[in-house]
Design a protein. Sequence first.
Length: 347
Amino acid sequence: PLVLGIETSCDETGVGIVRGNTLLADAVASSVEEHARFGGVVPEVASRAHLEAMVPTIERACADAGIRLLDVDAIAVTNGPGLAGALLVGVAAAKALAVGLGKPIFGVNHLAAHVAVDQLEHGPLPSPCVALLVSGGHSSLLRVSDVTGGDQGVVPLGATIDDAAGEAFDKVARLLGLPFPGGPHIDRAARSGSSVYVDFPRGLTSRRDLERHRFDFSFSGLKTAVARWVEARERSGEPVPVDDVAASFQEAVVDVLTRKAVDAAVSEGIEDILIGGGVAANSRLRVLAEERAAAKGIRVRVPRPGLCTDNGAMVAALGAEMVARGRQASPLDLPADSSLPVTSVLA
Ligand code: ATP
Ligand code: MG
Ligand code: FE
């Protein structure tokens, strides 16, 4: 099926077009620069930017794909989770298209879409697989047998009990004076730093914590530890070695993420790990996950970095999978749900 997907859950206006598992267009307009000086995404600014970018981004995607809107078989749209006002813009645009074209609309879960997108790059998802979903607002380990939902399609194994991994990257970047969003800047700085310069804490990895939180994550203690270390350095009047702190912090995050993802796969008897979400773009996470999984005979799939951060292609990919699996379309009064849980894939 030819599916057009719309993504507006945060600050990216994304319109993707796929035919089955083939990516035809992935147009993204970001308002990130408008938020940078506030050090975080300003919801009202994001909504307004989506409104302005929506029609041009749809037009650009159609031109890139070489299709007319009339050719589309279905519209998919992120209806949660995300910023309420931002989601509304995408959902309203998708409804207008669905009504105007007389085509079905599929409301899809943004988090499931972060997982589904990999099929555009590496073909049908291995089933079951362990998905490590690490983004700006979420960090979870999931057992995925059907990314379109269904009975036990997506089962949570663990999640962060405080900050998301991406949130930790963004907060630590801010402490180090790096621009927003911090993930890519930490990634870059870390390349010329030493990952063993500071031994930062690995959250929820003590024997006691593992009893109750085997597959859960915690990053707020790590963030505080970095803040204390930087403050102490500044008080002593010595310069802060940004690259070394970035590398040491990054290592603490990806050490725990990869350790727990591999443990989850081994414990579930699953041979495939899929990593998705903005933090999946992290170069060190990709290398360490591959290394540790390979040691246990487990395969790792990660989409290319451009498909890890928010985009419309991921929404179209999940929409195409919904159509392929004969899932029922959403009603035309489909609501946006800013706190849609990761397990409820279907609206
Ligand atoms: P969610 O998907 O939970 O709703 P979101 O959509 O805002 O959150 P994504 O776009 O999926 O988040 O991911 C953005 C996050 O990914 C930001 O926190 C950003 O710093 C982080 N990120 C992006 N690239 C990298 C990288 N190379 N290394 C580490 N983190 C990164
Ligand atoms: Mg973003
Ligand atoms: Fe996201």
